[in-house]
Design a protein around this ligand. Structure first.
Ligand code: ATP
Length: 307
């Protein structure tokens, strides 16, 4: 029985526009997603007979509280991904062990759980084909499965750069940026729950008119253009819930970053830098101030199998 390993990227929302609450209970969003080379890793191997799905979680370069916050029961997105794919493949869920190596901060607005689910969909598709003789689902079918599980999962499967509409799950691939981007990611002590941030957004009543993000992407030729158009409709809500984020943004910009914004529903602050060296220097300074910070870059591929 073969072990199968896959990785999937973190995301930042370069632009995140949020519409009104729909009758479905979701907000429609209009997002310009960018994948970063900070990757979750998922390995699937055969489990002991009769044990179902067993999960082990380890972290790399993350404070211990992030790993402790990851559930290892049915609520983990990787379990949901395996159950859904088993159903689609017409098989009983097999006895498997899933090892998750987390590098993306948990509850940080960077789609860590979604990246785990994306990597699991790709890995389990391969595992079931190799070990259980099932047909392989196509990329389209995997995107559809991801969309059923969570709004950010299709983008973690596709990677690179894309516009996401509806709940962020309807993706249009667009031309990649013509330059590399380097980011500092400043991680807060506590996480922010995505539903809480959206609830605050509704309370503040600030839904926006959606722009044509494909056209906007086409207007980005330089890193300065990109810095000028970064924006997140959820930023005010996240800052209202964690006022210290505003000071952190100012702090990072005063250290020389081109622009710092709340990533997705926060509280991670994503700061665009003019070079890798600048990103590393700012991250070092923040770490020296007791603020946990990482660096990451684009472009980054979507979920893929690792040798
Ligand atoms: P997003 O950016 O997609 O809104 P996030 O990055 O802010 O998500 P996650 O790290 O995905 O947040 O975790 C949110 C919550 O999901 C966690 O607090 C945890 O309870 C639950 N969860 C379920 N599966 C996972 C997983 N594999 N990894 C991390 N958290 C998970």
């Amino acid at each position: 029985m073969n072990k199968v390993r896959a990785t999937a990227p973190a995301k930042v929302n370069l632009i995140f526009e949020v519409g009104q609450l729909e009758p479905t209970g979701y907000h429609s969003v209009n997002s310009l997603f960018l994948a970063l080379d900070l990757r979750e890793e998922v390995s699937i191997s055969v489990g002991l007979q009769g044990t179902g799905i067993t999960i082990y979680v380890k972290g790399e370069d993350l404070p211990a509280r992030h790993i402790a916050a990851v559930p290892t029961d049915e609520s983990n997105l990787v379990v949901k991904a395996v159950r859904l794919l088993s159903k689609k493949l017409g098989i009983e869920t097999p006895d498997i062990q899933i090892d998750i190596l987390k590098r993306i901060p948990v509850a940080g607005g960077m789609a860590g759980g979604s990246a785990d689910a994306a990597a699991t969909l790709v890995a389990f598709n391969e595992y079931a084909n190799k070990n259980l003789g099932t047909a392989k689902l196509t990329l389209e079918e995997l995107l559809e499965a991801g969309s059923e599980l969570g709004s950010d999962i299709p983008f973690c499967i596709l990677g690179k750069i894309a516009v996401g509409t509806d709940r962020g799950n309807q993706l249009s691939a667009i031309p990649e940026l013509s330059f590399t981007t380097h980011w500092v990611l400043a991680i807060s002590q506590q996480g922010l729950s995505t539903p809480t941030v959206f609830a605050k957004f509704d309370e503040l009543g600030q839904s926006s008119e959606f722009r044509d993000l494909v056209e906007l992407r086409n207007s980005i030729g330089t890193i300065e253009d990109l810095a000028g158009c970064l924006g997140n409709d959820l930023q005010a809500s996240a800052v209202e819930l964690m006022p210290q984020l505003s000071t952190l943004i100012q702090n990072i910009e005063s250290l020389g970053a081109l622009r710092a914004i709340v990533s997705g529903s926060g509280p991670t602050i994503a700061a665009l830098c003019s070079s890798k060296e600048q990103a590393e220097t700012i991250a070092e300074t923040l770490n020296g101030q007791g603020i946990f910070a990482l660096t990451a870059s684009s472009p980054a591929l979507g979920a893929n199998l690792e040798g």
